[in-house]
Ligand binder design. Structure first.
Ligand code: ADE
Ligand code: ZN
Length: 345
């Protein structure tokens, strides 16, 4: 069956396409309006006069220039209700974009460093995730990320704080400033996380070299690479990613906002698909980068000329790459098949 749809049908197909989001930092979903509301209710002063001047500051030239603003914005989060409200607002957006499964990153160290209890963070987020399954039809899981600019000892201390909550999150990840903080810095804490039965993922090859992707695979033994867009510089690495069906959670709007690629038509997502890499589309920090899941799909699709076949592949990849139980994966794949059939695909 041909994957060619007229432009308005293609837009409709994309809108309703069931999908999994596997790379989204919940702190990066905090919209300026909610940030100001929380600042007011918690008596916190933000260094911006209003929502417009905050948004105007979202003009980044690399990862670090974003992270500085992102960590400052997170300072408004104080109570369990704040964490719930932030996650709930994101989950409503996910539902609107036909995201049926989410694996959501959170950065506990950003909050515990400021004196917010680990329990406050995870309990607020988990309450929203649990409610989303029943009320929104969105299955949501949590992945705890260690901040790689901090030490391995601090990561171990965070894992200790997390141990009483092991049933509430499904894995660990590694994020924050990449260059100068290679995956091997966290070898022992990832070994301990694996021993605890947790899934493991890591940001690698966002700004950093292919060598960081190799060590995320070989040293941390990750099950997915977050970003990984630098992998295409290394033919042997590409061969391995394809052979092992190692997923990449790609975030196109993020890559443009953080100047990893100058323009969307230079993005390598389509090349990844053509090479047979299990690439997925994700929003990373949607409140900062100009859009949620469907906006990422729309802008990437338009710039790279993706057709319904590519979009179907991206959706199938997202389910394959997810940590959903086998029965849930089958349900998602069946739903994708029904959606395609409704468009004659
Ligand atoms: N934390 C939030 N977004 C991030 C990104 N794109 N890279 C690394 N750390 C992050
Ligand atoms: Zn990220």
């Amino acid at each position: 069956m041909s994957a060619v749809l007229a432009p308005d049908r293609l837009a409709e197909f994309l809108h309703g396409l069931p999908k999994a989001e596997l790379h989204m930092h919940i702190e990066g979903s905090l919209e300026p309006e909610l940030m100001f509301a929380m600042a007011q209710r918690n008596g916190i002063a933000l260094p911006y006069a209003d929502v417009e001047s905050l948004r105007a500051a979202y003009d980044f030239h690399n990862l670090q220039s974003f992270l500085d603003i992102y960590y400052a914005g997170a300072s408004v989060l104080q109570t369990e209700q704040d964490f719930f409200d932030m996650a709930w607002a994101y989950l409503l957006r996910a539902q609107a974009d036909h995201v049926v499964h989410v694996e959501m990153f959170f950065d506990p160290q950003t909050h515990t460093e400021r004196g917010v209890a680990f329990d406050t963070v995870i309990d607020g987020l988990k309450r929203a995730c649990d409610r989303a399954a029943g009320e929104l039809g969105v299955r949501a899981e949590l992945i705890l990320c260690f901040l790689r600019h901090l030490s391995e000892d601090e990561a171990f201390a965070t894992l200790e704080q997390a141990k009483p909550h092991l049933g509430k999150f499904i894995g660990v990840g590694l994020d924050s400033s990449e260059v100068g903080h290679p995956p091997e810095k966290f070898a022992r804490v990832f070994a301990e996380a694996r021993r605890l039965g947790l899934h493991v993922v890591a940001h690698a090859g966002e700004e950093g070299p292919p060598a960081y992707i190799w060590s995320a695979l070989d040293v941390l033994k990750v099950e997915r690479i977050d970003h990984g867009v630098q992998s295409l510089q290394d033919a042997a690495l590409v061969e391995r990613l394809v052979k092992e069906r190692m997923p990449l959670t790609v975030c196109p709007l993020s890559n443009i906002k953080l100047c990893v690629f100058e323009k969307m038509d230079q993005h390598n997502l389509r090349r990844m698909l053509d090479l047979g890499i299990v690439a997925t589309v994700n929003s990373d920090d949607p409140a900062y980068f100009g859009g949620y899941m469907n906006q990422n799909f729309r802008e990437t699709g338009a710039a790279l000329g993706l057709d319904a076949g590519h979009l179907r592949q991206l959706s199938a990849n997202s389910f394959e790459a997810s940590f959903a139980a086998a029965a849930d994966k089958q349900r998602y794949v069946d739903r994708l098949g029904e959606h395609c059939a409704a468009f004659g695909l």
